[in-house]
Design a protein around this ligand. Structure first.
Ligand code: NAD
Length: 459
């Protein structure tokens, strides 16, 4: 078996070498999952729920150890790794508490005279492929595999090659919790393993990752007439109105832009500020960013660690050079840090415009551009001037004004006086290059079920 090298992004040390799957082992895993799925679907829901509750208990019991594994392989500051593990508990609770209702049979019409009944039942899709990203392996993974398992599907789970150790731990905890080994099956490897997985006759593909890879997944799976769900990137904007509390908005948005070194799908990546508060806002924002502690992700007080993937440093350098060439003002940062590890200095530009890559391409790093706007109409136009549409937000004390602006924005989620936020109770979806389909909320349970229409006429 080929070996996958796991490298610590903070030190460049090799942390582990893990056996990777081959096309043949993936085919075998698929066949075993296919054979195991019907019995899992017939397992009483209460038993499936119990298994998920035990899985939750294992996360709680091993939280510190799991956080360290995650930090070691993706470079996420340890406090943020703990946050991710804590946050996943609420998601599991939501799914566990809502699964029975989402899967319940529903009689939608009954007429005694006509002796006719119409009913909807819900069946699991079958065997699904869950190809995942590294930036929040527990979050984005659990959005898929928790409801998928609860609704009776078998899951072939391919964690990102950059979050393999966490993916293997997730598998181990499921198996120890009573989910059969052939029902939740980690598939280990990089893009080639993902591509080989897509060659299997699965019943659905649930992908989280970049737009570039999402296109390949859509091309491979779309012609197969199976469910394809793509949760992709973003270039998420925030607009700060003239009546906003400058200090509070600056602090909140800086966190939304730089948390996890900006490597969140819903990180704030573009900032529009009303001209009347532009100067004080930019000053407060830069001060907030300069206050972030950059360093060893294993330290409790580190806020910004290294980037998970080394090639992203080159992407950021290119965006910096392009922005400078086109007249943006560099206010802080702008280069990789002179230390071992994939560190990039937190970077803020003002005086940016939409000719710059920084305002068009997903950065996925600790960098942001701030652009001045004259009024709400200009802000709306610029916020919508993107191929993406994951989230967008407005800061103002005036709810009516915020709602009027947000109603015009083309994106899956909108925020008023908050950002970079995900709730298990609300659907998570994207517009345009941010993807198709959704996770979370009760819709995010139903997406793993196939509604069956029953036309029943008694004689
Ligand atoms: P990526 O696209 O590089 O990889 C995602 C997954 O696809 C990995 O598991 C990878 O091994 C696999 N893969 C690569 N090539 C493949 C192929 N040809 N066929 C099948 N699978 C293949 O993305 P990433 O770097 O892991 O994650 C970062 C991206 O994910 C960012 O764009 C981010 O915005 C996005 N993201 C989106 C959400 C969301 O909810 N919308 C959440 C998290 C991350």
């Amino acid at each position: 078996m080929p070996l996958l090298k796991i490298v610590n992004p903070a030190t460049h040390a090799v942390v582990a070498r893990v056996p990777a799957d081959t096309a043949a082992s993936i085919r075998k895993k698929y066949q075993l999952a296919r054979a195991a799925q019907p019995a899992w679907a017939q397992t009483p829901l209460a038993q499936r729920i119990d298994a998920l509750i035990r899985f939750r208990e294992k996360i709680v019991a091993r939280r510190e150890e799991l956080a360290k594994i995650l930090t070691r392989e993706v470079g996420k500051p340890i406090a943020q790794s703990r946050n991710e593990l804590n946050g996943v508990l609420g998601r599991i609770d939501f799914f566990v508490n809502h699964v029975s209702k989402a899967g319940r049979d529903e009689v939608v019409f009954a007429d005694r005279g006509e002796k006719l009944e119409e009913k909807i039942s819900h069946e699991p899709l079958g065997v699904i492929a869950n190809i995942s990203a590294w930036n929040y392996p527990y979050f984005v993974g659990s959005n898929v595999f928790v409801p998928a398992l609860l609704t009776g599907n078998a899951v072939l789970y391919k964690p990102s090659e950059f979050a393999t150790l966490s993916g293997l731990e997730i598998g181990r905890m499921f198996h120890q919790s009573g989910v059969p080994e052939d029902v939740f099956v980690p598939v280990i490897g990089g893009g080639e393993a993902g591509a080989a997985l897509l060659k299997q006759p699965v019943d659905g593909v649930f992908f989280t990752g970049s737009y570039a890879t999402g296109r390949k997944v859509a091309a491979a799976a779309g012609i197969r007439m199976i469910k394809v769900q793509l949760e992709l990137g973003g270039k998420d904007p925030i607009y700060v109105c003239d009546d906003a509390d400058v200090e509070a908005a600056a602090a909140g948005i800086a966190d939304g832009a730089f948390y996890n070194a900006g490597q969140s799908c819903c990180a704030v990546e573009r900032l529009y500020v009303h001209e009347s508060i532009y100067v004080p806002f930019v000053e407060a924002f830069v001060a907030a960013v300069r206050g972030f502690k950059v360093g060893d992700p294993m330290h409790d007080d580190t806020y910004i660690g290294p980037l998970a993937r080394k090639p992203q440093l080159a992407v950021l350098k290119r965006q910096v050079a392009d922005a400078r060439k086109k007249g943006a003002r560099l206010l802080t940062g702008g280069r990789p840090l002179a230390r071992t590890g994939n560190y990039f200095a937190p970077t803020v530009f003002s005086d940016v415009n939409h000719q710059m890559e920084l305002m068009r391409e997903e950065s996925f790093g600790p960098i942001i551009g701030i652009q001045q706007v004259k009024n709400d109409a200009e802000a709306v136009r610029l916020m919508n001037d993107t191929e993406y549409g994951l989230t967008a937000g407005v800061y103002t004390p005036d709810r009516k004004r915020a709602e009027a602006i947000l109603a015009q924005i083309k994106s899956g989620s909108v925020y008023w006086n908050c950002c970079d936020r995900v709730s298990p109770r609300l659907p998570w979806s994207g517009v345009g290059h941010s993807g198709i389909g959704l996770t979370l909320s009760t819709y995010g349970i139903q997406t793993f079920l196939r509604p069956k229409a029953w036309h029943l006429r008694s004689l």
